[in-house]
Write a protein that binds this ligand. Structure first.
Ligand SMILES: [Zn+2]
Length: 259
């Protein structure tokens, strides 16, 4: 690969991995993705995808950097917390330093049913960096309706789960979960705490799934919901098959998008 120019030399080791190669790398660079939330998961995912050379990355988040974020949110440091800087502007600046070839689009907004179409635009992939199930059900509705892949994940305490959704090919979120858990049974990081390395691990796994999809290799996605307990060192792989009774991907009811 000695003929590669400087811009492509950056990706030499990634292209040397035969499942990606030059063709996969060019596909990644022609792609765009949106990360919904650049907190614990999203900040690591953003860094990994920018290093991988994704062509365009939209990042959405309405929060400002807080000192309690630093232990698990990779792009931020003490100066961002001291200035209470919006996460998307701090992240965009850092990401541009890492790889100026990537177009970063920061949007200081919380994604909801009313703005998801405008935010996602022509992105090829939606990545879940949110901290709540209601937003995930909106994303699932939108993704299934528009045949757009998305990657679900969540981490609380030392436990995590992850599943990629390829509409038409794999189960969707509503095939697996009937409805968002009631708010009082949905522990958040604030109440239950969270291990920083558990967040970084799951974010890395989401980034791997993203690289598969963005390089045109959705065939490498496994139709499973994988659950981890990092403290107990347990992994559970649950077959996630499309449900013929799914109100979303089988019946076409997009209740959360239309609410
Ligand atoms: Zn479904």
């Amino acid at each position: 690969m000695s003929e590669l120019n400087d811009n492509m030399q950056r990706y030499h080791r990634q292209m040397a991995f035969g499942e990606i190669g030059l063709t996969g790398q060019r596909t990644i660079q022609a792609s765009s993705a949106i990360i919904v939330g650049v907190g614990g998961l999203g900040s690591w995912i953003a860094e990994l995808l920018v290093r991988s050379g994704v062509g365009r990355l939209i990042i959405t988040d309405n929060d400002k950097v807080d000192i309690t974020n630093i232990h698990r949110q990779g792009l931020y440091d003490q100066s961002h917390a001291d200035a209470a800087e919006p996460k998307v502007t701090a992240a965009a600046r850092r990401l541009a330093e890492i790889n100026p070839a990537v177009t970063i689009e920061p949007r200081q907004l919380r994604l909801d049913a009313g703005n998801i179409a405008e935010l996602v635009g022509r992105a090829n992939l939606i990545i879940d960096g949110t901290d709540n199930f209601h937003t995930r059900f909106i994303i699932n509705d939108y993704a299934v309706k528009h045949s757009l892949p998305w990657i679900f994940a969540g981490v609380v305490s030392a436990e995590a789960q992850i599943m990629s959704v390829i509409p038409g090919q794999t189960a969707c979120l509503r095939c697996v979960f009937d409805a968002p858990p009631p708010p009082c049974s949905d522990p958040t990081c604030r109440q239950a705490g969270v291990l920083g390395p558990a967040v970084a691990t799951i974010a890395s796994m989401q980034a791997i799934e993203a690289v598969k999809i963005l390089s045109g290799r959705s065939d490498a996605i496994s139709p499973v919901l994988t659950k981890f307990n990092f403290w107990a060192n347990t992994i559970q792989r649950i077959s996630a098959t499309k449900s013929p009774d799914c109100p979303c991907c089988a019946a076409g009811h997009f209740d959360y998008l239309n609410a």
